[in-house]
Design a protein around this ligand. Structure first.
Ligand code: NAD
Ligand code: TDX
Length: 339
């Protein structure tokens, strides 16, 4: 099978590329990525020598480039990871999120309609469900929870989900959608909570916690997300949505304290800063459907995963040092100075 992984030079997409090359040696994995600030060819260095891997630079929101991809590579499957993915950037510049996440997805779906496809899988997020209150730990997101978005990012992802379902129903395109909770692990871009805190702590810089740090996220080790998508591609029911999560809820402050503790750094590095606008309180996934229908179970607990992740950042300093010494500095300055 020819499997196109859009956004495969980013965090989860690259982990998925490696997962598929290892677990499906008979498939060809084609990474299609625009290489925005979040895409990084160095991340794919170890895949380049694999004969089953190919990289193509291209933009999902460019119709001509996408049609060329379909004509030349004849994909059987598209797994769409390509997106603008950072909530804080969406608050600064919503329009780019609409272009990539909504128009880009619609252009991919148009190409599926025009050229045919065996499966279009949309990688979505638990953020499309909005948030849950902090004082109701009994509540979880199920696939039936209403879409109720808070940020321009989540609104754009929810729109892409709706378009995916509409193309499935109207044009009979065999679609599936997965909505996963927060991922962490190797190759996570330094702007996101866990890598940012690890890197700042290693550099003895302040750790900027938004507000009181009581907001809760449900963390999943990235490899467990990859295995879930793989199962959905193999055995998932066309037209269905699957939630992915492993019941690893932690408040942000707990996560930051855990990182400091493992690294042996003082809690005085923590600095509470102005809260994110519209900040979602709590995400928590109910994964019963994917567990019962597809037999998926996550392998990595948060306590193991966070140690593995910290080890990876310790062993791969050159990967992140290059990122934080570039354009990232302007971003950091814009986002965090005088906050
Ligand atoms: P990321 O920002 O690390 O990577 C995104 C990748 O997409 C980059 O390689 C970038 O170059 C590429 N890209 C951006 N615009 C593109 C375009 N127009 N055409 C082609 N490529 C483009 O993101 P991530 O954290 O790996 O997230 C991947 C996907 O998973 C996203 O769709 C995101 O919404 C979803 N998701 C992420 C999480 C999470 O915790 N990170 C959780 C659930 C779902
Ligand atoms: O400097 C920070 N300080 C801080 O307190 C940053 C970057 C974040 N935070 C808080 C905000 C959130 O409550 O940490 C939490 C996690 O923040 P992010 O890493 O930005 O992730 P989140 O907003 O939860 O969104 C992530 O999960 C769902 C991904 O970035 C999305 O792409 C995915 O869809």
């Amino acid at each position: 099978m020819n499997i196109v992984v859009t956004g495969g030079a980013g965090f989860i997409g690259s982990n998925f590329v490696y997962y598929m090359l290892e677990n499906h040696p008979d498939d060809k994995i084609i990474c299609y990525d625009k290489l925005t600030y979040a895409g990084n060819l160095e991340t794919l260095e170890k895949a380049q020598s694999n004969k089953n891997f190919k990289f193509i630079k291209g933009d999902i929101s460019n119709r001509e480039e996408v049609e060329k991809l379909f004509i030349e590579e004849k994909p059987d499957v598209i797994v769409n990871f390509a997106a603008e993915s950072h909530v804080d950037r969406s608050i600064e510049e919503p329009e780019l999120f609409l272009k990539t996440n909504i128009i880009g997805t619609s252009i991919l779906l148009d190409a599926c309609k025009k050229f045919g496809i065996k499966r279009f899988h949309q990688v979505s997020t638990d953020e499309v469900y909005g948030d849950l209150p902090l004082d109701r730990p009994d509540l979880f997101f199920t696939e039936k929870t209403n879409l109720h978005t808070s940020s321009p990012y989540s609104a754009s992802k929810a729109s892409a989900d709706l378009l995916t379902m509409a193309y499935g129903r109207t044009y009979n395109i065999p679609i599936t959608i997965s909505r996963c909770s927060n991922n962490y692990g190797p190759y996570h871009f330094p702007e996101k909570l866990i890598p940012l805190m690890i890197i700042n702590a290693l550099n003895d810089k302040k750790l900027p916690v938004y507000g009181e740090g009581l907001n809760v996220r449900d963390w999943l080790y990235v490899e467990d997300h990859c295995s879930a998508i793989d199962l959905i591609l193999q055995n998932g029911k066309v037209g269905e949505v699957y939630n992915i999560g492993g019941h690893n809820e932690r408040s942000n402050i707990e996560v930051v304290e855990t990182i400091l503790h493992i690294l042996g750094k003082p809690e005085t590095l923590i600095e509470h800063v102005t809260d994110r606008k519209g900040h979602d309180l709590r995400y928590a996934i109910d994964p019963t459907k994917i567990e019962e229908e597809l037999g998926w179970t996550p392998k990595t607990s948060f306590s193991d995963g966070i140690r593995k992740t910290i080890d990876w950042y310790l062993e791969n300093k050159s990967w992140w040092e290059k990122i934080i010494s570039g354009e990232y500095q302007n971003y950091y300055e814009r986002m965090y100075s005088n906050r």
